[in-house]
Design a protein around this ligand. Structure first.
Ligand code: RIB
Length: 291
């Protein structure tokens, strides 16, 4: 069994601010750092650090070579990555004094994926392999359809949730990982059990992980709902906390751990990640999470 993460690769320009900018405001920042990121790259690194055999597919644009090195350094298989001659995907991230962030995303190379490239990538996978997706790349409907035809297990973190997902047949997804904002966007509901209720109605075949920030997380499998609280820490930067959770949850589930344990491990991993600055670099190693 192999894991394919078909996802974004971004260079994150991270600015430390007093507070997130208000409309029309100019504010000097106290520092700027350049980190490797992208929900796709972060989740691949979290999967690899958690112990899953993960291949990352996606496009690296001009100025993005550090992203390839970061994936390789962390044990992700990069043989399916491709380099293209367009600006690399990147972000401008403001982090405030409480560690909260706001992200401006430029898709760049992440949105230059072609059907031919998808076909080439998919030719390396078969029934029973996992496909992990977020929503920062183009050709999502085609990728989902091709993976489903092959009998792959499709896992979707629909983040950021936007109109690009409307062309996707989400009934083909086996596992959703959403936060409370995406839960509201999908279901129109704010209360966790109601969000899960709508997901159950709309996607009866799928299991759902719902993360709730400071209120922890829950996982719905069939009629059963598992719940997990947070591990309280002082946050310096919440960027990639969700990606860390996602990677650790999927990896634990693939290992056959029971759902309560999967949630607990994922919650521990993401609580460690928020105590560190940056995206990919903040993701803890398996030994740290389990110790
Ligand atoms: O989830 C965090 C990630 O979202 C950042 O690394 C940034 O690149 C954006 O894609």
């Amino acid at each position: 069994m192999k894991v394919l993460n078909f996802g974004s690769l971004n260079v994150d320009y991270v600015y430390q601010m007093d507070h997130i900018l208000l409309p029309g405001e100019t504010q000097a920042c106290s520092s700027r750092n350049i980190f490797c990121g992208g929900k796709g790259l972060n989740q691949s690194i979290a999967l690899a650090k958690a112990g899953a055999p993960v291949f990352h597919a996606g496009l690296i644009g001009n100025g993005g070579e550090i992203l390839r090195e970061e994936l390789q350094k962390n044990g992700v298989d990069i043989s399916l990555l491709k380099t293209v001659s367009v600006p690399c995907g990147h972000t401008v991230i403001q982090v405030d004094k409480d560690g909260q962030n706001s992200i401006l995303l430029y898709g760049g190379s992440n949105r230059a994926i072609s059907e031919d490239y998808v076909d080439e990538v998919m030719s390396h996978f078969e029934k029973g392999d996992y496909l992990v997706l977020q929503n920062e790349i183009n050709e999502m409907p085609y990728i989902i359809d091709q993976a489903y035809k092959k009998g792959m297990v499709i896992v979707l973190n629909p983040s950021p949730y936007d109109e690009n997902l409307s062309g996707c047949d989400l009934s083909k997804v086996s596992l959703f990982l959403i936060n409370e904002v995406e839960g509201f966007q999908i279901s129109g509901e704010k209360e966790p059990d109601r969000i899960l209720g709508v997901m159950r109605q709309r996607y009866p075949e799928a299991n759902v992980v719902l993360t709730l920030g400071g209120d922890g997380s829950c996982y719905m499998e069939g009629e059963k709902i598992y719940r997990q609280g947070i591990f309280p820490v002082t946050a310096v930067d919440t960027t990639a906390a969700g990606d860390t959770f996602t990677g650790y949850f999927i990896s634990s589930a693939i290992e056959g751990k029971d759902p309560a344990e999967c949630l607990r491990i994922a919650a521990r991993a993401s609580s460690i990640s928020v105590t560190r600055p940056g995206a990919a670099g903040s993701i803890p190693l398996r030994e740290e999470v389990l110790s």
